[in-house]
Design a protein. Sequence first.
Length: 139
Amino acid sequence: MTHAIDFSDEHPIGDLTVRTIAMPADTNANGDIFGGWVLSQMDQAGGIAGVERAQGRVVTVAVDAMTFIRPVRVGDVLCVYTRIGRVGRTSMKIHLEAWARRFQTQFREKVTEATFTFVAIDEVGRPRPIPVEGEAAST
């Protein structure tokens, strides 16, 4: 038996960075997955992308205009995509999209998106310069 993969009329933007399954422990009183759980998965994905780009520790300092488009349900596979945006001296903006692949199907749809701001920090937590792309971080 073959199943057609329905990717809706949109496609994720960025690199697949986190992929996890929504579990019953992550639900609210309505049986949908808590928005905070989705936000947490997005923050983890942004942190992974930020560490790779900054070549070291980063911290989240802001989340811009997160809009929940559709609910995530138990059993859905949440896929978080990241794309590095503007990179400054010590901070960077990372655009994140969260997509749900619906339980026991190949249908996926965007459930939320946001732009997170991360700051690169040194070993004592002070902001540090982000290396120019392609250069190694200084120690």
